[in-house]
Each structure stands twice: as C-alpha cells, then as structure tokens.
Design a binder for this molecule. Sequence first.
Ligand SMILES: [Cu+2]
Length: 284
Amino acid sequence: MKLSMGQIVRRALGLALGLAVVAAGGMLFAGSALAELGQPAVWEYKLQESGSPVMDQITGFHNFLLWLITIIVLFVLALLIIVMVKFNAKSNPTPSRTTHNTLIEVVWTIVPVLILVAVAVPSFRLLFLELDVPKADITIKATGKQWYWSYAYPDNGKFEFDSLMAADKQPRLLAVDNEMVVPVNKVIRVQTTGADVIHSFAIPAFGIKIDAIPGRLNETWFKATKTGWYYGQCSELCGKDHAFMPIAVHVVTDQEFTAWVGDAKKKYAASGTSEFASAGAAAQ
Ligand SMILES: [Cu+2]
C-alpha cells in the first residue's frame, strides 16, 4: 500500500493526538491519585514530597535545572528553525562567506561559562549541606544485611533490632515488622555499614542515599520536619532479595519517642538480637 504525503501527515497527526490524549489522561490520574508524604504515589512523575531541609534544597535545585534546560532547549530549537527556514538553498541561494565574528564568538564562550557557574554554585552548596553532618541529637547505626536492616541506638538505651519486610502490612513491599523510630525536628545522624555485601540506605523524602559497605562506616544525616511514616529501599543490588529489604522510618514527637525508647529497651533486650545486650552479658 502506498500512502500519499497527505495521508502520512494525517496519520502522524492522528497518532500524536492519540498520544497527547493518553498523556493528558495520565496526568489527570496522577493529579487525582493522593500523593502521600513519605511514600511513592501511583503515576508519580515528580520527586517525592519533601520531608527534610535537604530534600527541600534538592527539589529547589531540580526545579531550577529543569527551567534552565527548558530555556536552553527552546533557544537552540528556535535557532535551528530559523536556520532551516531562512538559510536553506532555496531561500538563500548565494550564502554569505563570513567565517569569523569576534563579538559572537566571545558571547558564545562567555554565556555557557556563566551558565555552568550558575549551576555549580548551588550544586556545591547542596553537596556541602548533605555531606557536612551538623551536631547530631541522635545517632543511629543502620547495618545492611542479606536481606534486611538492623538498627542500633548507641546513645539511647544501647539496643539493636532487626527490621524485616512485613508481607501482611501496607504499603506493599515497603512496610516492615520493626520500624526505625526518630523524633521530629531533631538532627539524626545515620551511620551505615554492610554485614555481608554492599547495600545502600536510601529514603527519597529525606533526600538521602548512602552506601552501606562491609568494613567501613559511612554517615549521613536528616532532620524530619513532619511526623509520619517515611519509606525507602535498599538501593544497591545486593542479591536475590534486594527488592525486599525496605526501610521504614516512623517520625514521632519527643514524648512518643521517649516512650518508644522505654518500650524498645525492654523488647529488644529480651529478643537477644542486640550486640549491646550480648556485650553487656559478656562483661558480667
Ligand atoms: Cu541490600
């Protein structure tokens, strides 16, 4: 079957229209799907809602870059279209023989340099914010294991417990049996290490992702600004159940945290999984 140019154009337009309708439908659906703080939403195409000052900055930087690249892409597209329309062989049969223009060469060197500086300055500021751990209120050690996490609270009762995915709880694949609990508006220093292979401790809403490497202690930090549940996942391919070792953080008020520490001390000391408990027993 041979299609005429008109038919091809009409079909292409039809296809584009169809795709646009599907995309618009998806956007509407995404808008109506309730985006919940601390976990992914159906049809989510943006970053997760921020729950920490670092993530606020990451989101701001991301949006700034998005505007910047959009403007650059539109500018280059406009130049291309001008060249195609004004300077093709038909409309411009005798082309100019110009090879140099000092002013325009200086401009197209200086402007990209300025753009890179405008990107680099907030980028480095953000890197320092992420890597320079402020004075911590609470330190938690997260140990990645095949395939679950263990959380130790060395300065709050010296207990440690395992956190495994809970298949019967919601949200699916993110809920755990024993969650990490932290107080709101406190600087939490997270030290990570791996017990067997490399894992990675990541919570999108806090803007943190740091490798948990055997024989090495990495550290990062977050300050949750709102109470609630926050979920993340191991983000380093670590074996067959890599996808089933979620991270769940429950952010609570100071009073609730104190109460939880009181309960946790008894609960996890009795469970015998704590290295602190066994160290204490060995010392006696
Ligand atoms: Cu892992």
